[in-house]
Design a protein around this ligand. Structure first.
Ligand code: MG
Length: 391
């Protein structure tokens, strides 16, 4: 059986999609485009080697995101897409794959059947790309924007990735192009054509879109929510008392304080309230039912795992967390300076965009146990979207 590899290129620094990270690190449905793109190949039974190519500056970010995925150690990309693909091919070369699929991380929705078609076509033809017919009328215009001609659209195709190739031929073509000073082929089929390879076409997928503009991301995000019409709200509250110590942990962030919170696990009152809010939204018991305080294995445990567990319970139902809202009540420590870190950490744990996490803090005007500095109370709501179904 042919040894099939995939090169997933995520080395661009394009910020056209908005935000301050390259678009391959922006999230759709809770996961970055890079994770989506890689998972498509991880889930493809015939693909055994998956080589991510990442911009040098993003290697550590990428390794935290994909460190646990069944992919090869990322290699750093070059200054052009072509150089990045070549870096991936060179990294694969010692393993001598027969077939290689080259895919852009900006296309997070490639399906298993598309990947299977790419492999089949590459095995049969040696070089093949997914393409779609054009349904709109196509015009050619001049420099002033006036129409010169109506193009026969039956001869036009819109090209996607993954593109499939016999590995040795594509590697050789890339080496030759680089040696001859050609560095700007924008896709591998263009390079393959230049090298004299015959490139075939197989059926692409309308859903296999390339996300480029902020609007593309909005639309892709919205599409994830459409089937999730069952909107639920959960509420959680937690209290921990102060004891001796020099810091508290709130939302997974360590904050210096002249007293520590005591109790079960790391006493992260914020993550406990959030965990109960998420469990409440799916009517799935509470934190104490799933992680009994009497069970010694949770003593001193990081509360990350509690929220992570609740988030997984939502995902197991095919649902998504739409929003988390946390309010912490205490006289000290002051939360404001740590708010952004806490938000980012909660967003990371919940695998949602930071815009979907609110963190607020208030004192209780020296009233009650929080006012007397005896402890901290946290309140949280979670908005969860589930697919319509029984119950
Ligand atoms: Mg608690």
């Amino acid at each position: 059986m042919a040894l099939v590899a995939a090169v997933v290129v995520a080395a661009g620094q394009g910020l056209r999609a908005g935000g301050d990270l390259p678009k391959q690190f922006r999230r759709i449905a809770g996961h970055t485009l890079l994770e989506h793109a890689l998972s498509a190949f991880v889930g493809a039974p015939k693909v055994t080697l998956i080589q991510p190519v990442i911009r040098q500056d993003d290697l550590s970010l990428a390794s935290t995101l994909i460190g646990s995925m069944d992919v090869l150690t990322p290699v750093s990309g070059g200054t052009t897409r072509q150089a990045s693909v070549r870096a991936g091919l060179e990294a694969l070369a010692p393993r001598r794959p027969d077939i290689v699929l080259v895919h852009d991380a900006a296309r997070p929705f490639a399906s298993a059947s598309l990947i299977a078609r790419a492999i089949e076509a590459a095995e049969k033809i040696g070089a093949a790309i997914p393409a779609l017919p054009v349904t709109d009328t196509v015009k050619r215009i001049d420099a002033t924007g006036r129409i010169e001609a109506t193009v026969d659209r039956t001869t036009i195709r819109l090209v996607q990735t993954p593109q499939g190739f016999a590995f040795p031929a594509l590697l050789e073509a890339h080496r030759r192009a680089a040696m001859q000073g050609y560095n700007d082929f924008t896709d591998d089929s263009a390079l393959a054509e230049w090298a004299g390879m015959k490139v075939g076409v197989f059926q692409g997928e309308p859903g296999n879109i390339k996300l480029t503009t902020p609007e593309d991301f909005l639309l892709a995000e919205a599409q994830q929510f459409i089937p999730l019409g069952d909107v639920r709200t959960g509420f959680g509250i937690d209290v921990h008392a102060f004891g001796s110590g020099n810091h508290v942990t709130l939302g997974g962030i360590r904050i210096p304080n002249d007293k520590a919170l005591t109790g079960h696990s790391d006493a992260d009152v914020a993550l406990h309230a959030l965990t109960d809010a998420v469990l409440g939204a799916i009517s799935d018991g509470d934190i104490g039912a799933h992680f009994p305080p009497t069970d010694p294995q949770w003593r001193g445990a990081s509360s990350d795992r509690f929220l992570d567990f609740a988030v997984e319970r939502v995902r197991a139902r095919g649902g998504r967390i739409a929003h988390l809202d946390l309010t912490v009540v205490c006289e000290a420590p002051r939360i404001a300076a740590h708010r952004d870190l806490i938000r980012a950490n909660i967003a990371r744990l919940a695998r949602i965009d930071v815009e979907r996490v609110a963190v607020k803090a208030t004192t209780s005007e020296k009233l009650g146990f929080t006012g007397r500095g005896e402890g901290i109370v946290a309140y949280a709501t979670a908005t969860v979207r589930l697919p319509w179904g029984p119950g």
